[in-house]
Design a binder for this molecule. Sequence first.
Ligand code: ADE
Length: 290
Amino acid sequence: VAGLVQDAVTWYAGAARDLPWRRPGVSPYAVLVSEVMLQQTPVGRVAPAYDAWLARWPTLPELAAAPSGEAVRQWGRLGYPRRALRLHAAAVACVERHAGEVPAAVAELEALPGVGRYTARAVAAFAHGVRVPVVDVNVRRVVARAVEGVAEGPAAVGVADLALVEALLPDGPAGAAAPLASVALMELGALVCTARAPRCPTCPVRAHCAWQRAGAPVSLGASRRGQGYAGTDRQVRGRLLAVLRGAEGAVPAEVLDAVWDEPAQRARALAGLLADGLAVALPGGYSLPA
Ligand code: ADE
């Protein structure tokens, strides 16, 4: 694998997308915002939401001081809106435990709401320059192919995968080299070494790729499909929340009844929003949390 990371980094210098959270001078808080948004939403939809979020709350203490319902409102249509509540709660926790700063230690990051194994390491690396493996599904797939010679990584990223990727990172203390290697591998997975139609003929690390040497065998699970959205409880929740976001006070139950015909599914979706703390019941109806 000698040269794999070096060639990925060289390629990245010329091919990387200009994404707002990659620009110089981005704060650790802004990196945290970007990584939480990117957990389950594609780059193209995150970019405008990220800009709007930071325009409203440029610093972490400003977010922490806002009502959690305003975070849900600002989240808009990004999807998986519990992330908005967790991001708000993470900001509150940073004010309480870390003097309003985003910590650099992985253990402290993982203790924040909504910050898991991947996000903690992404923030440590990209916000603070810490040398830790940052392994999302894209990185895992690149390593599965280039190093292990198989078409796909495991369905979930485990502790062993972190060790595998850590061994690829440039040595040395905190600084730019290891984070740069991580973001280069991530970008390679997003743009070239994609899941369904990898662009192997133009791949910058082709010479180092064990999967290519093995003849690029395709594995049986290669055609996994994403979950549908239409008709799901997620869609109903999304419609209900859209009405609550657009309202100032309590929304009467009859108004919510109009968003979905099927009463049992509608009731289930509303109960889910209440249970998750994304909505609250008031005397006159329902609203975002205070
Ligand atoms: N740059 C840094 N983190 C990223 C991510 N999760 N997705 C896309 N680009 C990124």
